[in-house]
Design a protein around this ligand. Structure first.
Ligand code: BES
Ligand code: ZN
Ligand code: ZN
Length: 490
């Protein structure tokens, strides 16, 4: 689908479907030359997500679709994203080849400015029209080929372009998530990461193979991959801004790229095991951030580190009780081979701390089932090392709808991860509980003194409620927009 942008001062082009938005209790503002019969607006209240299709009396639109944004006081970016998604979905359902979304000055006010309105609408529309078709031998193509956004000049245009870039990046991440484990292997993740950098001078990719990891002493990561025929990869993407401005920071994002988690020798039950293809969602989000950086840029230097591996049972697989040594020399007793995410992240965090030395590290991982129990599917668990980082990520979460919630991590929890025979163990004593927290407490051993936040996205990566632009069984692309917003606000 192609997005086009036009200034609302220009004459409205003829369109088969004109989409207009209005807040609850407010009459929809119509572009000059378009008028609606009284019956069309009589039963349209502007309630959030209400849609009303109408035949205009005259003007350049064949049909008009009214979409409700809800009460003006409550109209936030999430409402606008969902309105954008609804616009695309209704246009598709009507079999339209093109549509025009016309944004009024009233809409700009309700959504805190033309740029954010443009961004949210475009983001919602692009994400709402996402389909995963890679595995269909024949796929029905959407007829909706073109959507024209009309709004307030250059500011609006900037917003729409940003929304389009972010939406496309989230969809790229969703394609990686939704792909089955036999397509997106660690090798394929590395290939897709490399491809992101082609033709872009600001992006570079480095991929470490198992031999290189062995040289660096990444025994924890290699211990996980030992049970798999698919070789592990450590992907390192770098984005450098064209000019290093004042205040520019070095930020690292680390993502768990477990392309299939069978549990290893501590084998998972069969029910829903297929969902463990999503165990690379953190890594997919990190790659998605670089997809967005390729088109939108940012003023900071950004590093993306993705340890990619499978976790499988095999004759050479790590056995419960085995001890591995991580890159920082700490020894780990592996009591449950299904707690593997923290093992591959341990070495990835050591690598980040010692080779990249960033100002701030944020990792994303589908780390624990426990976070789904605690927070469900609409929020990610957040373990920030500083109040500032907590505040920044909370704000970015509210802006993007990718909500985060702080969970505790105390020295007591770190003590629970000490082993009798090695430095650390990879699970605490069954019955102690606090599964997500102790996962984070384990990771804390590998990041040194860096400002750091662990995000547990096991709930938010897939399986959420229907939010029009995301939700349901498929991957959500969570993390991409959150981290891009974090970078922009930094
Ligand atoms: N990938 C899983 C976590 C997970 C579970 C994500 C369900 C999404 C949905 C992780 O590797 C895992 O298996 N964690 C274990 C840890 C336990 C053995 C301490 C878990 O959560 O059960
Ligand atoms: Zn596991
Ligand atoms: Zn896992």
């Amino acid at each position: 689908m192609k997005l086009q942008i036009k200034d609302r001062k220009a004459k409205l082009d003829t369109t088969p479907l004109l989409v207009l938005l209005a807040c609850e209790g407010e009459a929809p503002v119509l572009p000059t030359g378009v008028s609606l019969p009284a019956s069309a607006t009589a039963d349209f209240t502007g309630k959030f997500r209400q849609t009303r299709l109408a035949d205009p009396i005259d003007g350049s639109a064949e049909r008009v679709l009214l979409i409700g944004l809800g009460k003006r006081k409550e109209c936030n970016w999430e409402h606008l994203r969902r309105a954008g998604a609804l616009a695309g979905k209704r246009a598709e359902a009507l079999g339209m080849a093109s549509a025009t979304v016309w944004v009024s000055g009233e809409n700009d006010e309700a959504g805190c400015g033309a740029d954010s309105v443009g961004q949210a609408l475009a983001e919602g529309l692009v994400m709402g029209s996402y389909r995963y078709v890679e595995c269909k031998s024949k796929s029905k193509k959407s007829k909706l080929a073109r959507v024209m956004f009309v709004g307030a000049g250059a500011t609006f245009k900037k917003g729409v372009l940003r929304g389009e870039g972010l939406g496309a990046a989230a969809n790229f991440t969703r394609d990686l998530q939704n792909a089955p484990g036999n397509i997106v292997t660690p090798t394929e993740m590395a290939a897709r990461a490399r491809k992101l950098t082609t033709g872009n001078a600001q992006l570079t990719a480095k991929v470490l193979d198992e031999a290189a990891m062995k040289k660096l002493g990444m025994g924890a990561l290699l211990g996980v991959s030992a049970g798999s025929r698919q070789p592990a990869k450590l992907i390192h993407l770098t984005y450098k801004p064209k000019t290093k401005g004042r205040g520019a920071k070095k930020i690292a994002f680390v993502g768990k790229g477990l392309t299939f988690d069978a549990g290893g020798i501590s084998l998972k039950p069969s029910a829903k095991m297929d969902e463990m293809k999503y165990d690379m969602s953190g890594g997919a989000a990190v790659l998605g951030v670089f997809h967005a950086l390729a088109s939108l840029g940012c003023k900071h230097e950004v590093h993306g580190i993705v340890p990619a591996s499978e976790n499988m049972p095999d004759g050479l697989a790590t056995k419960p009780g085995d001890v591995h040594t991580a890159m920082n020399g700490k020894t780990i007793e592996v009591l449950n081979t299904d707690a593997e995410g923290r093992l591959i992240l341990a070495d990835a965090l050591c690598y980040t701390a010692t080779k990249v030395k960033p100002d701030t590290v944020i990792d994303l991982a589908t780390l624990t089932g426990a976070v789904v129990v605690a927070l469900g599917h609409e929020l990610s668990g957040m373990f920030p090392s500083t109040p500032e980082l907590s505040e920044r990520l909370t704000r970015a979460g509210e802006a993007t709808g990718e909500l985060v919630w702080p969970l505790p991590m105390l020295d007591l929890h770190r003590d629970q991860m000490k082993s009798r025979i090695a430095d650390l163990r990879n699970i605490n004593t069954p019955g102690q509980g606090a599964g997500s927290t102790t996962g984070a407490a384990f990771l804390a051993n590998f990041i040194g003194e860096h400002e750091w936040c662990h995000l547990d996205i096991a709930g938010s990566a897939w399986g959420g409620m229907d939010r029009d632009y995301a939700g349901g069984a498929l991957g959500t692309g969570v993390g991409v927009r959150l981290l891009m917003e974090y970078l922009q606000q930094l």
